[in-house]
Write a protein that binds this ligand. Structure first.
Ligand code: 8YV
Length: 322
């Protein structure tokens, strides 16, 4: 019988990562569709560690069903809103994630959504592919300049800061809201203005970028009232988590023209995307690909491995989620 810890992996990971997992752990990798609650509960029995991702339902009930052996949830991804951290703590289950390595790619996608919506890049491409390009004209395909616009960043952590750096390079002014102010020298370097009041930030920003974690506190943070504070020519960008926005209220704001457009990489009920969003030309919609590059997905896998190895050796986890 093998003394190696038993590891369940809920999705296929980059090949090199899977190979290392198989070499070091008694590894079972789910190659099929995402495990539903019943199949995940079944598969978890007898496992010592789980390599999981966003979308895996790791709530208190699931962790209780997993049994006593489960000791580590090594999440492939930085957001751990799908894990009941309090229940994990109560059961003595450690949780790790993959910070830092996803920052730049995710910020790039936020910038892509800013460019895509303000400049009409995605609607322009759709029109061209549909054969609708009647030719160049001085008043056709006019978007809005990034230069001189105010970007309001909600959540100035690693990703928010990386979005700010990119937006500065495009000539945008940075305002931000966060639980705490960033260091004065960082504010100076980005010429970033802190707004303690989220409502004030929403009212003044030409573009609002959501870069905060999803939690009970940020559930529907951007609701009908707050959408109503945004400028009529304002854009909402979300690369964080879908349920930070009340999607019904967002659709209503777009339909009523109280905001100018939205760029979304995340949705409340992925992979379902509301057909009313799909039908609109003033939104750019991406399939949660913020961290989806060859380089970053390997780096995320390496982080999962580093946390698994540390745990197996009884060492402190490099990316332990508090
Ligand atoms: C990934 C993410 O798409 O890190 C996160 O929180 O949402 C993305 O990087 C996802 O986690 C992959 O499992």
């Amino acid at each position: 019988p093998s003394a190696r810890p038993r590891l369940l992996v809920t999705r296929r990971l980059p090949e090199s990562v899977e190979a290392q997992m198989r070499a070091e752990f008694d590894t079972e990798i789910n190659a099929g569709p995402p495990l539903d609650r019943a199949r995940l509960a079944e598969a978890l029995k007898g496992c010592d560690a789980l390599a999981c991702t966003v979308g895996d339902p790791l709530d208190a009930e699931m962790l209780a069903a997993a049994g006593e052996r489960l000791k580590l949830l090594a999440n492939f991804g930085v957001g751990v809103d799908h894990i009941d951290l309090a229940a994990a703590r109560a059961r003595g289950i450690l949780v790790s994630n993959t910070p830092d390595v996803i920052t730049d790619d995710t910020a790039d996608v936020a910038l892509a959504l800013i460019l895509g919506t303000l400049r009409g890049l995605s609607s322009g491409e759709r029109m061209l592919r549909a054969g609708g390009w009647g030719g160049w004209g001085p008043t056709r395909q006019m978007g809005r300049s990034l230069t001189g616009k105010t970007l309001g960043i909600v959540g100035m952590g690693r990703i928010g800061l990386a979005v700010a750096v990119r937006a500065r390079a495009c000539g945008m002014r940075i305002h931000y809201h966060n639980r705490t102010r960033v260091a004065a020298e960082t504010e100076r370097a980005l010429a970033a203005d802190y707004r303690e009041d989220l409502d004030a930030l929403l009212a003044e920003a030409d573009v609002v970028s959501l870069n905060c974690p999803y939690s009970r506190e940020t559930h529907h943070l951007i609701d009908a009232r707050r959408l109503g504070l945004m400028r009529r020519d304002g854009f909402l960008i979300n690369t964080a988590r879908g349920a930070i926005v009340d999607q019904e209220a967002l659709i209503a704001a777009l339909e009523q023209g109280t905001i100018a457009g939205a760029g979304l990489d995340v949705y409340p009920n992925e992979p379902h995307v509301d057909p009313r969003l799909i039908a609109r030309d003033d939104v750019m919609l991406l399939p949660h690909l913020g961290s989806a590059t060859v380089e970053t997905r390997i780096a995320m896998g390496e982080k999962v491995l580093a946390n698994l190895r540390a745990w197996a050796r009884g060492e402190e986890l490099p990316d332990r989620v508090a």
